[in-house]
Design a protein around this ligand. Sequence first.
Ligand code: ADP
Ligand code: ADP
Length: 222
Amino acid sequence: MIELKEIIKEYEVNNQNIVTALKGINLHIKEGELVVLKGSSGSGKSTILSLIAALSKPTSGEIIVDGDRISKLPDNFASDFRRHSIGFVFQKYNLISSLSVKDNIILPLVPMNLDEKEIEEKLSRVLKMFHIEHKKNQLVKNLSGGEQQRVAIARANINNPKIIIADEPTANLDEKLSLHFIDIVKELKAQGKTIVIATHDPLFFGLEIVDREIEIYQGAIV
Ligand code: ADP
Ligand code: ADP
């Protein structure tokens, strides 16, 4: 489902210094696998996620996601690829607190020109799946932390993507909400989603549902 071949990623800092964030990553993640990328801050985890989501391009190497050679995709195709194939869960939920639950969840559909019926179908599927139907018309700022978390995950799933990517998803959560998040991950895995989580939260280590823990150190897999 996800294949990274000989990936090198360099960042240019202040137009002169080169930082090599990834130093030749080879990684093959199968469909339905749940993989945790672990490693200290600055090791390269977020860079790997942004490459898989086609948010940036590698300096060299090849990336194939769900049959698409995304390391070569032009930008307009990359955003289309992201909308259909990837659900991204951010550390801060990136919700708009002054909008309703419904409007937050359907935000990714705005550029897609769907008709009202298609939007309602997609919305109703994720509202049910993440048990927030009864909050549909409430403003996000009036929800509890756990409810906001479910709204964020519902939004990531609005297009029923095959791949879910999460970057430090529990960094701002207390233990109860973190365990809650793990339950949601279990559900997504049961649905056959391929899931990649970057984290240094020990709650994810040694979990039965995790197929592989991959440690990143200074831009390489150890
Ligand atoms: P992690 O997610 O494991 O904390 P990152 O992938 O964010 O690691 O960072 C890997 C390395 O790349 C770090 O040295 C970081 O400073 C550098 N880096 C990440 N993003 C950028 C950027 N946009 N510009 C310059 N350097 C960056
Ligand atoms: P939990 O801690 O279980 O996540 P809370 O105790 O924070 O939940 O919230 C319980 C209920 O009260 C939730 O349904 C939430 O939507 C509602 N609620 C919480 N804060 C507010 C608020 N400021 N205004 C309106 N409703 C709220």
